[in-house]
Design a protein around this ligand. Structure first.
Ligand SMILES: Cc1cc2nc3c(=O)[nH]c(=O)nc-3n(C[C@H](O)[C@H](O)[C@H](O)COP(=O)(O)O)c2cc1C
Length: 197
């Protein structure tokens, strides 16, 4: 299937068949998240697969999609992984094979700027949307649908998944074989949406 078709087919499904996602397909979905870009390649987001998704029903405002979805993936962002001198960043800078100090010099001013503006947390949180979107598209290519949920109680999700206290969760995505049909697609026209300078 082309990427275009997977994008066309993707929709936010809120009702799923009682049919588990095969391991090979789940592995492909996770791989699409692994391959995503992240700031300086620091990979500040980890994926926690929750099966069945209903384990997070109460933690997600009792949204009906969690009652039937096979899995929910929790995107946990870590500021610690973005710290220029922290163990994760240092390990990453070492693995690139490039000059470690040069990489820190390149990255740290940007980190300090965001820190001075109080934006470290929102920056870490925003990294989760990139793999989440890619995983929805990869799932669609496999005939699996999904729904991004921002309607979550972060503290309850963290407790249910036993996340570290410093981890941040902005979104959960449910996945499964759909039992519903997409709504008519409402979108702004490309002319309205995009402009070439
Ligand atoms: C950041 C974000 C948060 C969302 N949160 C929820 C949610 O909590 N519950 C829900 O049912 N759908 C949620 N959605 C799905 C949107 O309602 C949906 O993407 C939109 O209506 C467009 O429909 P489509 O995804 O089928 O094209 C969310 C989508 C995004 C991108």
């Amino acid at each position: 299937m082309s990427v275009e078709k997977a994008m066309e087919d993707r929709y936010s499904s809120r009702k799923y068949l009682d049919k588990p996602i095969e391991k090979e397909k789940l592995d492909l979905i996770l791989k699409s998240g692994q391959l995503c870009p992240s700031t300086f390649g620091l990979e500040p987001v980890r994926f926690v697969v929750v099966r069945p998704a209903s384990l997070l029903y109460e933690a997600c405002f009792s949204q009906p999609s969690l009652q039937t979805a096979d899995i929910a993936i929790v995107y946990a962002s870590s500021i610690k992984r973005l710290e220029p001198h922290g163990p994760s960043a240092m390990e990453h800078f070492r693995r690139t094979g490039l000059d470690i100090q040069a990489q820190i010099d390149d990255f740290e001013p940007f980190y300090r700027l965001l820190e001075s503006k109080g934006r470290l947390e929102s920056w870490a949180r925003s990294q989760a949307y990139i793999p989440a979107t890619a995983m929805c598209i990869q799932a669609s290519e496999l005939g699996i649908q999904s729904c991004i949920l921002e309607g979550i109680d972060e503290d309850l999700v963290k407790k249910a998944c036993k996340l570290d206290s410093d981890e941040l969760v902005n979104l959960v995505v449910v996945f499964g074989y759909p039992a519903d049909k997409p709504y008519p697609r409402l979108r702004r026209s490309i002319e309205e949406l995009a402009r070439t300078l």
